[in-house]
Structure formats: structure tokens, C-alpha cells
Design a protein around this ligand. Sequence first.
Ligand code: NFE
Length: 459
Amino acid sequence: MSPIRHVTLDPVPRIEGHLRVDLTIEDGVVTAARSSGTSFRGLESVLAGRDPRDAVHLTQRICGVCPVPHAQAAALAVEAIDGTEVSAQACRLRNIIQAANFIESHILHFYVLALPDYVAGLATAGAWPREAPIKAWRGGETLDGHDWRGRALEALRAIHACHELSTIFGGKMPHTVGILVGGATARPSADDIAAAADLVDDIARFVEGRFKSDLLEVAAAFPAYETIGASRAGLLAFAAFPAPSSRGAPLFPAGVADVEGMTFDPAAVTESVASSWYAGGPPSAPLDGTPAPDPTRAGAYSWAKAPRLGGRPFEVGALARAVVAGRSVAGRGVWARFRARRDEASLLAGALTQWLAGLTPDAPGIERLAPPPEAGEGRGLTEAPRGALGHWLAIEGGVVRRYAVISPTTWNGSPRDEAGVAGPMEQALEGVAVADTKDPIEALRVVHSFDPCLQCAVH
Ligand code: NFE
């Protein structure tokens, strides 16, 4: 009989929100994993009865790390009902605020959330060590002789520059006031645009220099993670960063990949509650589900639901976006996810320069505030740093009747569905070799490669 161990990570450190991961380990290899969102939020029910235009602000309170995509998804969902198209100026302003949020989140993920898995000493409580490190976690893999603390502080300056860029056009961060239904709030001056361009130069320099070389160095020291951590799920991306001209294509296209014979149909999105603490029956469309919490549901183990497209789980995120867009991507393991984030930050820095150059100084991001639609159903699909984000709403009598959010970590951190099919992160953990069950760092590295945010997942 092979020794079977049950190992629980609860709470998983250095993520947003509360995640528990249960691992079954047989002969030193993970044979099953369960991903659990351990808190209930209920933001969707808070929206009921409100002015639909407030969703832009209320849904941003789901998360302080990716608030901008929630604002964008909420605005798109309301605008979809009466076909509102925002001006080219508003489109560029929104794209700039959203892109700054993406780059900031990708830098934060690598240096603050994930790097301590690979560089000893960075994770110590209190001040980071003066001479950071030293020696990687275990196994003779070393990252000697570099001032990793200094590098991480440089990253914090780049993160600050991203926030500053957002605030020029969005007033504040987190939780932008720069996006509203029908447009954007800023009327940027020539000085604003010039200041933003300087910040983009600083950010691009960091992304092309330090960020790129640090990631290469860490990945080269841990080559096994090129293959460790691949999931069997297909890849899904929604369209994001629309072209300022309605005839242009979005910077990030929608689509599915790694699944044969399937095309992207947003109407095929369903949510299952088979393993979630909610009352409800079979999988249903986002606006048809019953969100009533049921913490006694038999067999349930997560406050996150299980989203499916055409009945299948999908991995979302920068890796999915890159593959769906046809960019060259090596592998599907841990480092493929990291490289896709870094490469995407580079791509977005280039796009930022173009969107800034296209802004008209002193032109408003909105001409007129329109009343909300009286009735209808709308869908707002975009991308957040961690992947595909959708908001669905139904309006009756000028107020929200029903609101549904499916966020990236709901896809990636999904529990099992009624067929027992595991979510992408659960799949990625299967087969991971764990050398010491008291210190399952290998599993933590795989979990961190998804950059989970459970605040978003359970919203
Ligand atoms: Ni709370 Fe988020 C992103 C969204 S993840 S960080 O990126 O939406 O589910």
C-alpha cells in the first residue's frame, strides 16, 4: 500500500482573498486537489434595486487589485442594452486606465506575491533583509549574490508609476472614478498627456529591463517548472482593449484554444453549483442561477461557483490571451504563465504610447450623462489581469433586478462540476511531486502561477 497523505494549505499565503487547497498526496505525488473559496461576499445581491450606473463603482469594491476591469465590464454591460458606443477619446482613456492596472498587477504578482517562493529571505516578516539572497528554497538551486531586495524595491517604484498613470485619467487608485456608463470622466490637458507619457517611458524601461531579466534568471534556476503545473483545460479569452474606431479590432481578441472543434460563444457560459455552498439545481446561465447561499449543501467545498463554457472548464489569464491571439507561447507550465504576463506588460506599454498619442487635449471623455435604460439585459465582457471577466445584468423599472459576475479566478479556481470534472488549478496540481509534505512549496508555486484572487472569485 502506498502511503497517502492529506495536506491542507489554509490560508494560501501571498494571494488576494481566502483560498484553501486540499491535496491528496500518494507516494510523494499529488493525485487530487480541491480548491476552496472560504469566504462569502454577496456583492451581486447588493446590486439589486440600485441604479444600474452605480454598478461601475459598486462592483469595483469586489477587489482593490483589479478594480478597473470591473468598472469597464459594468459600463459595457449597461451600454450593451441600448447599444451605446463611447467616443474614441473615451475609449482611449478607458484603455489607458485599464492597461496601467494590468501592468501594475503583473509586476506586483512577480515581485511581491510569487518571488518569495523562489528566493529565500524575501518572505520574512517585517523588513526585507539588507542583503537578500542567497539560496533558493531547497534542492541546491541557488540564486546567489544578487540584491533581490533592491530589485523588489525597484519593482515597487514601477508599481507606483502605474498607479500614478491611472490617477492622471482616473482620479484615484484603487477604485477608479475615471470610467462611467457612456464614457470617461477625464478631460486631459496637454500637460496630463505629457506627464503620462513620461510615466509610460519609466514603466516600459522597467518591463523591458529588470522585469524581463529577473524572470529569465529565476526561471532558468528552476527549469522543472517549464512543465510542472500544466492544466488539461482549454484556454479562454474575452475581447479587451477595444479599438478607438468602431471598425478596428480590439487589442486582445476573444476566443478559445487547446480545445478541438470548439468556437467561442459567450451565450454558452454557465455556472454550476454542484460543489458550491449555494442552493440550486443544474448548471444555468449567469442571470438564471439562484445565488442563495446554502452552507449545508452536501458535497460542497467552495463559495466559488464552477463556470463552464459549453460544459467544459477553461483556464484564463495572460497565457490564454497570448495563445488565443496567436502569439508564440512555449509550454503550458508555471513559467509559461509568468512569461505571458511579462510579455503582455511589454505589449501594453507599447499600446499605451499609441493611445496617449491619440488623445485630444482638453476634449471631454463624455458629452452628456444619459439616464439608465428602463429595461433590458446586458452583458459586459472584458479581460482583467488574471483573465476573462464577465458582468451580466437585468434591468427592470430603471433599476437592477439581477446582477451576475464571473471573474477570472472563478474560472481558474473553480471547484468540480456535476460530472466531477476538476477546475484548471485543481487539474494543474495533479501530478506535482512534493518532496516534503510539511513544506509543500512545489504545490504553492503552481497555485501562485495562476495569481489567484479569491475576493474576485467569490465576489
Ligand atoms: Ni481580485 Fe481580478 C483580476 C478580476 S481575479 S484580482 O485580475 O476580475 O478573479
